[in-house]
Design a protein around this ligand. Structure first.
Ligand code: CDP
Length: 213
């Protein structure tokens, strides 16, 4: 079974994807980490984020098992990832690794922006997780503060809105709701209530016929 979870920044998609993966005993890939790691590699080299050749080389050189999440989860890397992710050649370079992950024998859970639309259009379960931007900014500000980052709510909200705009309007694989995805708005839901709702969606959708992506 392939479960595709998409949604904007800080919507709760990562948490739900992890919990669904644990529940069904499936491997999970947070595809945002691929873009964050590509951006990190570029900055580490002293290259520009819009240097397409270097970005493609960095994307091809990623090792899935080696992500240092501590380095990648910061606000600056989320913004940098969104710039890198807008480049079609980078997205193309990361396509196969995501599809291969999804094709594991038992299936997989992938979360990102284009899983249900581009990476796994035939996923058994598609959930588009969303929440209003104020709620998302609030969650992200708490998460970043826990990491020890010096955050203020207004700039986190501005960053989320800027990223939503860039992710939704890029030419390749923009953030859109797949026609067959179920939308889950978590604005008023805590983690357990959101998970219960996601599980219900997954259980009702997984009965659909299973076609590999
Ligand atoms: O955790 P958060 O939702 O803030 O970010 P993320 O999922 O780690 O993604 C960081 C950035 O990578 C996003 O703003 C997107 O621009 C990009 N991304 C993408 O384009 N496609 C994906 N499948 C995953 C992430």
């Amino acid at each position: 079974m392939i479960i595709a979870i998409d949604g904007p920044a800080a919507s709760g998609k990562g948490t739900l994807a992890r919990k669904l993966a644990a529940h069904f005993g499936l491997p999970h890939l947070d595809t945002g980490l691929l873009y964050r790691a590509t951006a990190y590699a570029l900055l580490d080299l002293g290259a520009r984020l819009d240097d397409e050749d270097q970005a493609v080389a960095a994307a091809r050189g990623l090792a899935l098992a080696d992500f240092d999440e501590e380095k990648l989860r910061g606000a600056d890397m989320g913004e940098a990832a969104s710039v890198v992710a807008a480049q079609p050649a980078v997205r193309a370079a990361l396509l196969d690794v995501q599809r291969s992950f999804a094709k594991r024998p038992a299936g997989a859970v992938l979360d990102g922006r284009d899983i249900g639309t581009v990476i796994c259009p035939d996923a058994d379960v598609k959930i588009f997780v969303t929440a209003n931007s104020e709620t998302r900014a609030n969650r992200r500000a708490i998460e970043l503060a826990r990491r020890g980052e010096d955050v203020d709510y207004a700039s986190v909200l501005a960053d989320i809105r800027k990223r939503d705009e860039r992710d939704s309007h890029r030419s390749t694989a923009p953030l859109t709701i797949a026609p067959d995805a179920v939308v889950l708005d978590t604005s008023e839901l805590g983690i357990e209530a959101a998970f219960a709702a996601a599980l219900k969606i997954a259980q009702s959708q997984k009965t659909k016929s299973s076609t590999p992506c």
